[in-house]
Design a protein around this ligand. Structure first.
Ligand SMILES: C[S@@+](CC[C@H](N)C(=O)[O-])C[C@H]1O[C@@H](n2cnc3c(N)ncnc32)[C@H](O)[C@@H]1O
Length: 528
């Protein structure tokens, strides 16, 4: 395995599995080491702490020496399983492993065959989602290829590498593929051909869709409102069907990939990137960071405009389906919330699915970024224009939905009265928060939900959720995610004091936990 192959795999992983699986591979091992560490099975339960060497004691029976195991601190993903009512998906993803390219492709075909034999609705769902994953995979390949070319010509390391290659060429006169245009940070296609990472990621996307569609088929979740192909044909009036819109999104994604990889390869300094005075001191320091080396962090309209397509590219199209899992516990509870709060809503894309499934509820979105909130407002308007009337009719109302409320707020200090909302959702926030902020936010979520109301939390999986990825999961923190390492070891149920434990779901790299706020009469009956 050559250094260029290694680099290529790193790039690909950081552009696809790394960010999407929240597991960036280490920068030094060879690709074969990378894949074996990604897929190796961990026999023993994973631990959060370092295991001390066992103490040897004599037990007194025939002088036999017994080795006493030190107490093992189970990782959060394992501890939670005894506490929550676990959906089948939890065990499914614990056991999930790549079966090599052939095995993965076979499993993908099996999923497709199974789904194609269902009905028109299933075929429409799959046609839409195959298009989706095809589009975002093409974006990922283009983004990585352009980043490679950019690195080839711009990074200082590339010129060193060029010199090295030129010297090598002089010595042996060779010109193998390693020393071609794509030799530095490139050769991704060769690197890919030697790995089963792409097929593993595609299989994960297929399994995520399979799970998502199960809820649609059972009548729990609505058919995704933005799906291009529907039972009655293609939704030509959706902006996603417009090639100009799609090309613009692709162009933004490519430009952003080049910028992200360039910062990543230079390992640009982590932490605060923007000065407080510019923003009036409104923001906690940890917030003014360009998380995952995203251009401008959360602090410009351009960043908000690029966010959705770049994230979906990193997830190869499956982010929406993973996030929709957040709606399942509330839908399964049979409650019809009149008011729903989404904290740290970002661009409000997930919120459109919430609105589609609960169209009569009053929706409130908060985020600390005014730029992301603006984009969320635009998404909300678009959903109303596309689906508002029909979604309300499906709920038995002849009215149009009210626009949502948008509130700029720090999730650690929400500007709402106690017990204000029937349900609260929070998606992909906690992994970006320092430990203390995680605790503060959880307290706020509990404070503002009504007694008996549900809090649903979705974020990256943690240690123990997919034990065979435990050893590489923390490497995502290298992509300028300074709090991720801490997040993956944090036992989240401890943060939601005053709540009963609900259900747990898994969908590839996303876990969903639900909690129900105790009513005053049940206060004190703690879950632990
Ligand atoms: C990874 S994005 C997730 C956005 C959205 N929930 C989604 O899943 O697409 C994190 C979001 O959290 C917001 N955020 C981070 N820290 C925050 C805080 N302390 N208070 C409010 N919002 C915060 C950011 O502005 C950003 O929109």
């Amino acid at each position: 395995m050559t250094s260029s192959h290694r680099t290529v795999l790193l790039l690909l992983l950081s552009s696809t599995s790394a960010v999407d699986s929240f597991s960036l591979v280490p920068t030094s091992p060879s690709a074969s080491v990378i894949s074996s560490s990604l897929y190796s099975t961990i026999e023993a339960p994973s631990t959060t702490g370092t295991k001390e060497s066992p103490e040897v004691v004599v037990n007194g029976y025939n002088g036999k020496i017994v080795e006493e195991e030190p107490p093992v601190l189970l990782s959060p993903g394992i501890r939670e399983d005894d506490l929550f009512e676990c959906d089948d998906s939890v065990q499914y993803w614990k056991d999930f492993r790549s079966e090599g390219n052939d095995g993965n492709l076979q499993r993908m075909l099996q999923v497709l065959q199974e789904e194609a034999n269902k009905d028109n609705q299933a075929r429409a769902y799959w046609a839409s989602h195959l298009l989706r994953t095809g589009y975002f995979t093409a974006n990922a390949v283009l983004g990585t290829a352009f980043s490679d070319i950019h690195e080839r010509f711009n990074s200082p390391r590339s010129s060193e590498s060029n010199e090295r290659n030129a010297k090598a060429k002089d010595l042996d006169g060779s010109n193998d593929s390693d020393r071609s245009l794509f030799s530095y940070n490139a050769g991704m296609f060769t690197g890919l051909a030697n790995s089963d990472i792409p097929t593993r990621l595609l299989l994960e996307a297929f399994r995520v869709y399979h799970q998502d569609y199960r809820y649609v088929k059972d009548g729990l979740l609505k058919f995704p409102w933005d799906a291009l192909v529907r039972r009655n044909g293609i939704q030509w009036n959706h902006r996603q069907a417009n090639p100009i819109f799609a090309l613009q999104e692709t162009a933004r994604t490519i430009v952003e990939s080049v910028a992200i990889f360039s910062r990543r390869n230079q390992q640009k300094s982590k932490g605060v990137q923007f000065s407080q005075p510019k923003f009036g001191g409104l923001y906690p320091d940890y917030y003014l960071n360009d998380f995952h080396y995203q251009t401008d962090g959360w602090m410009t309209s351009e960043s908000a405009a690029t966010y959705e397509a770049s994230c979906e590219t990193l997830f190869l199209g499956r982010q929406d389906a993973m996030q929709r899992q957040t709606l399942v516990p509330l839908l399964q509870s049979g409650q019809s919330p009149e008011s729903i709060l989404e904290v740290a809503c970002g661009t409000g894309r997930f919120g459109t699915f919430t609105r589609d499934n609960f169209p009569t509820a009053e929706m409130t979105y908060t985020d600390l970024s005014p730029f992301y909130l603006e984009k969320a407002q635009e998404n909300d308007k678009y959903w109303i224009s596309q689906r508002g009337e029909d979604a309300m009719a499906e709920a038995g109302s002849s009215e149009m939905p009210e626009p949502a409320n948008f509130v700029q707020a720090n999730a650690e200090n929400l500007p709402f009265e106690d017990n204000s909302f029937d349900a609260v959702n929070c998606v992909y926030l906690f992994h970006e928060l320092p430990k203390e902020a995680q605790q503060n936010v959880a307290k706020e979520l509990v404070r503002v939900v009504k007694p008996g109301g549900m809090i649903v939390f979705s974020d990256s999986f943690q240690k123990g959720d997919r034990p065979n990825l435990d050893s590489t999961l923390g490497n995502f923190s290298k992509l300028n995610e300074p709090h991720y390492q801490n997040y993956i070891d944090n036992f989240l149920p401890d943060l939601f004091e005053g709540c009963e434990i609900g259900k747990k779901f898994m969908s590839s790299s996303t876990k969903t936990l639900s909690f129900v706020k105790k009513s005053e009469s049940s206060e004190g009956q703690d879950f632990q």
